[in-house]
Ligand binder design. Structure first.
Ligand code: CUA
Length: 321
């Protein structure tokens, strides 16, 4: 029995080593483990992941290792097929144990999760609540539009200051479809629902450039709805925000985020518009982006005049596309 127990421990140790090695190897490649957190929300989410993962791994070992050993140890061998095993039933203590332990594990997991949930949903310390940066996040076929309190707008790149709570109002225009906003390094995902704003509070804790994507199948170019979250030092963010209303480079940003994703990247869906004379006609460009054209959705139905002008100006400067 002792030898049996020791070999069990050895096998379990080996499985743990192989498992940890495998995760460490494939984690950064296959996305099986969470990305390194860059906000207090993401850090709390990762703690819940590790906590529950530890229990899940332990349960996996407790089930599979004895299963493998029992299969070998108690195989039929030379015994007759009809030989009966020992008949055990009504072992009260054993039954109580295997009921109580799982209940206890679930209670511990639930308590830990609910305890962490508050920090994940609401990372703002009460004192800092007035200092929140509010950004309107709009998911659209097939780009992201970010609006800042001073009227600045950016496409497919959201910039946030470090060490300050950002309150994102995630939504989608009434004529669009459901998208989902997710920056894994910064926190959980939240759906962008047409005509309805949902709140997502983030508290970035380190600067850097983080990948974001749309996680709701929203149409033919859903896969192109990638974006970047740039977390900047406070003063760098402030000077960017102050200058962003001048809309420099906005036309090119709009073209790359909105037009190019279909007209250059999806020829089976949208015609290549390079060199199309319509691009030089301001009235025609405005009509198409505001009202759509055939299968093309009205991508800019509610854009400001400044946004449409920026695009028109950029297209004009392309000299025929
Ligand atoms: Cu938007 Cu998928």
């Amino acid at each position: 029995m002792r030898r049996f127990f020791i070999s069990g421990l050895l096998v379990a140790g080996l499985v743990v080593l192989v498992g940890v090695g495998f995760l460490a190897w494939i984690g950064p490649r296959g996305g099986l483990t969470p990305v390194s957190p860059a906000s207090s929300n993401a850090r709390d989410i990762q703690q819940v992941y590790v906590f529950i993962g530890a229990f899940a791994s332990a349960i996996f070992l407790v089930v599979t290792v004895p299963l493998a050993l029992f299969t070998i140890r108690f195989r039929r061998g030379r015994r007759e097929r009809s030989v009966e095993g020992p008949q055990i039933r009504g072992h009260t203590r054993l039954e109580l144990t295997w009921t109580a332990i799982p209940v206890l594990i679930l209670v511990v997991i639930a308590v830990f999760t609910f305890w962490k949930l508050d920090g994940i949903r609401n990372p703002a310390p009460a004192a800092a609540a007035g200092d929140e940066l509010v950004v309107r996040v709009e998911g659209r076929q097939f780009y992201w539009r970010f609006l800042y309190p001073n009227g600045a707008v950016s496409y497919d790149t959201i910039r946030l200051p470090v060490d300050r709570v950002a309150r994102l109002e995630v939504t989608s225009p009434g004529w669009d479809v459901i998208h989902s906003f997710w920056v894994p390094a910064l926190g959980g995902k939240v759906d962008a629902i047409p005509g309805m704003a949902r709140e997502l509070k983030l508290h970035p804790t380190r600067t850097g450039s983080f990948e974001g994507k749309c996680t709701e199948l929203c149409g033919i170019q859903h896969g192109a709805m990638l974006f970047t979250a740039e977390v900047l030092p406070e003063d760098e963010f402030d000077s960017w925000l102050a200058g962003a209303t001048e809309q420099e480079g906005l036309g090119e940003q709009i073209f790359n985020s909105v037009c190019a994703k279909c007209h250059f990247a999806a020829p089976e869906y949208a015609p290549n518009i390079a060199g199309n004379p319509a691009l030089q006609d301001a009235a025609q460009v405005e009509d198409i982006v505001r009202n759509g054209f055939r299968r093309m959705p009205p991508v800019g139905r509610d854009w400001t005049a400044a946004e449409v002008d920026a695009l028109v100006e950029y297209l004009g400067g392309q000299g025929g596309g």
